[in-house]
Design a protein around this ligand. Structure first.
Ligand code: GLC
Length: 453
């Protein structure tokens, strides 16, 4: 029964967290924005790591909230957190082997435990059993491996009643805000150059998870049409402005109220629509279940993960794939093995993913397309019904068609239609990639529609 209750709470929490993302921060109009995000748009694929004291109970990063573990009792986990196999170089090696180009580590999640030193808090890895600054090791290992350095940070912290009721617990809410400003300053000033700050749980609409207002018929979620109207303000623009001053080339996602560089989509189900008008990233997990470590969690099949990566690239987005290292610091071997399989696939097919843009054909029943210069890659995720794939012809001549790293494929191009006859797609095939070479580079942002069948 308790298990059921906690599952329901997790489901509620995840649902309310996800539904909050509808109210996005604006994207920045900073003149340097296009340039600073360029490397990230080319990188396409990154590793997310959720790791902290919640990895010890192994019931996901929401365990404290979901099981309503008293703050003092939860804090004792820090006395057991001394990961004997932590090796940030090993993490970076696995990310590289997986074909990932950047990494994002939970410097601090909603439970408040900081993996870095904060002079204003004792709930840190430096002042508990580990006596170690994991962020310092991580940043230097990731940098040394030549990958983009990202940190995740949650302004919200469950230990502060002021997060839930900022009006009622004003002092606590102000302390929470001060912690946010101080920790962001700490992260931005002591670890050298950072590339990504990945916020989660910031912005006024997250207060109390967007809810907990008393209406007479009980505590309820705030309807989206009635955003938080209390006096508390995270002052994101101030804190994030300071952050940008300290780290001018940093890029940020959209989970605070401050202008962001890219949008976050969360979970396999949020792959969503094609969008080449703004940078975005799908974050999701390599295992079924939570983001933090869960012993024995099922690792998603290779085909599912490849299709998500290809699906994101073909919709013009990135993918940030999460692993939840064990409390001893190691990435669970079944997860590391799966990443290496993805890396092997990318070693053969990476030219159709890295540095490409989505399109020109929109995603459809055939699969998706990506392009780079004169090369267009058709990712056939399903065999064409008649054996022939017919697409609206591009307004430029197709010079050749071939399987990527394979033989030529028969095709015809008329004013209206491009028809291709790819070889039969085996049912277990991950992705059949046809490479077209155009007479001129495809530089336009415009897209070509696809037949719906
Ligand atoms: C959610 C959850 C969180 C996870 C994050 C990743 O918002 O609160 O546990 O870190 O998504 O996107």
């Amino acid at each position: 029964m308790n298990r059921l209750r906690s599952l329901l709470l997790v489901a509620f929490a995840a649902l309310s967290a996800a539904s909050l993302h509808a109210q996005w921060a604006p994207l920045t109009h900073d003149p340097d924005a296009q340039q600073r995000i360029q490397w990230w748009k080319q990188a396409r694929f990154g590793m997310f790591l959720h790791w902290g004291v919640y990895s010890i109970p192994g019931r996901g990063e929401w365990v404290q909230f979901a099981e309503q573990i008293p703050v003092d009792q939860y804090a004792l986990l820090a006395t057991q957190f001394h990961p004997e196999h932590f090796d940030a170089n090993a993490w970076a090696e696995i990310a590289k082997a997986g074909g990932m180009k950047y990494m994002v580590l939970t410097a601090r999640h909603h439970d408040g435990f900081a993996l870095f030193d904060d002079p204003g808090s004792t709930f840190t890895a430096t002042k508990s059993a580990a006596h170690h600054d994991f962020v310092a090791d991580y940043v230097s290992a990731v940098r040394k491996a030549g990958l983009g350095v990202g940190l995740y940070y949650s302004p919200l912290d469950w230990r502060f009643p002021g997060f839930y009721f900022p009006g009622l617990y004003q002092t606590s809410a102000l302390e929470l805000k001060a912690q946010y400003a101080r920790q962001i300053d700490q992260l931005a000033s002591h670890y050298g150059k950072l590339d990504i700050l990945w916020f989660d749980g910031g912005g006024n609409e997250w207060l109390g998870f967007g809810g907990l207002q008393f209406t007479g018929s009980g505590w309820q979620q705030r309807p989206k049409s009635q955003p938080y109207a209390g006096s508390f303000d995270w002052e994101d623009t101030k804190t994030v402005g300071h952050l940008r001053q300290l780290q001018p080339s940093l890029i940020l996602n959209d989970r605070t109220n401050a202008p962001a560089d890219f949008r976050s989509r969360e979970g396999d189900g949020a792959l969503g629509d094609f969008d080449n008008t703004q940078p975005w990233e799908l974050c999701t997990t390599i295992t079924e279940g939570a983001w933090g470590y869960q012993p024995g969690a099922k690792v998603k099949p290779l085909a599912q993960l490849i299709r998500l990566l290809v699906g994101a690239a073909g919709r013009d987005g990135n993918m940030l794939l999460n692993v939840g290292p064990r409390p001893d610091g190691q990435i669970d071997p079944p997860q590391a093995d799966r990443l290496r399989e993805i890396g092997t696939w990318l070693a053969h097919n990476g030219e159709s993913i890295y540095a490409t843009r989505g399109g020109p054909w929109l995603p459809g029943p055939y699969g998706v397309s990506t392009h780079n210069g004169t090369a267009v890659y058709l990712h056939l995720l399903k065999a064409p019904e008649s054996g022939t794939l017919s697409l609206p012809a591009p307004p430029v001549k197709v010079l050749s068609a071939q399987l990527l790293n394979g033989p030529a494929i028969p095709f015809t191009q008329t004013a209206d239609t491009l028809s291709l006859t790819p070889p039969a797609i085996a049912p277990d095939n991950l992705d059949t990639i046809v490479k077209l070479t155009l007479a001129q580079p495809w530089t336009s942002n415009s897209v070509l529609p696809v037949p719906t069948k």
